[in-house]
Design a binder for this molecule. Sequence first.
Ligand SMILES: [Zn+2]
Ligand SMILES: [Zn+2]
Length: 400
Amino acid sequence: MVHGLEKINNIIAAEEEALMSLSREIHSHPELGDQEFYAVQILCDYLAAKGFAVEKEIAGQKTAFIARRRGGAGEGGLHIAFCAEYDALPEIGHACGHNLIAGASVAAAVALAGTDPGVPFTVSVIGTPNEEGRGGKIDLIRAGVFEGVDLAMMFHPDYISCVDYPSLACRTFSFTFHGENAHASGNPWDGRNALDAVILTFNGINALRQQLRDDVRIHGIITDGGQAINVIPDRAAAEFCIRSMDNRYLGEVVEKVLNCARGASLATGTGLSIAETEYPYDAMLTNRVLGQIFWDSLKEVSEEEWNERKEEVGAGSTDMGNVSLVVPSIQPLVAITDREVAVHTAEFARLCGTPQAYKVMLEVGKAMALAGYKVLRNPALLERIKEEFVKRTGSVRQRE
Ligand SMILES: [Zn+2]
Ligand SMILES: [Zn+2]
């Protein structure tokens, strides 16, 4: 095992400047989802120079790519993928630290590809666009990009560290009600009020909350509330996001929420059109065996005192959740700061461009490479990873 770690350390030491410069460049040129052309260009140029076969614009996405390299001697073997995100947020730039995710995944791939675990293998970087928006990984899954991948890894920077934390399955719907205009004072009895239907939908959902489990989140906005105060609105619309830790329970809650809108439509005599406006995100199913291998590896490659702070993690949603249902996956949170600075803030964006952040990024890159190396060396680990994956995904009823 020492041999693998030494090799990984040597490769990262030699590539340190180049890897930090990639991440720094992405940080200082923030690009929104599906517009990450500069990030994709520099990542792919670097990977091609390191012997990776690069395919761009995959799965019909202009800023998705896969870069593959063979390792070890012979044919076949495992395929280990590292996912790279690189999209930024409007106004506040790399406030989610995706420049560090890209840097760590590229570091891990280059380091792992240079090891010799004694078996043949494939290592790839899968470039996944627009995580903050529509969830580019979902198109990649649908296009079959993850078929044949045995393990998928990436990390997410944070102010706390935690390998297995809750993330929520999430579905987004718009409700548009179609009523009848009338003068709001002259002949209101001739109208059918679409805005009332929206308000009744909110009230119905608020009444529903008492009967829902604690892990459910429902949040909505009115996207069209009518145009003139003296006209009964013939059109009004709202958009809702519905989340739960449990993919199966989420399906039940969605049906109840849709019924709130249907009831409002009936009560007001308005027509209703329902549209699912975003891809459904699945709850992240962290592979605990792989997560433990990563965590042990992080302690081996780093001199930091790493501590998990599980109970403090607030739950969002990620398209890596969808990947975790098709391939054993991890997305550990790793702290890049000692201060409590939340992601999606201007201060976090600043922290994602500091020497401390780049140091953590390289250590995570090494740890992910070492985790991959350990699995390649030890088939019993892979057995345990796959056994857990089959057991836990079997109990998640997928929607499709
Ligand atoms: Zn984010
Ligand atoms: Zn993020």
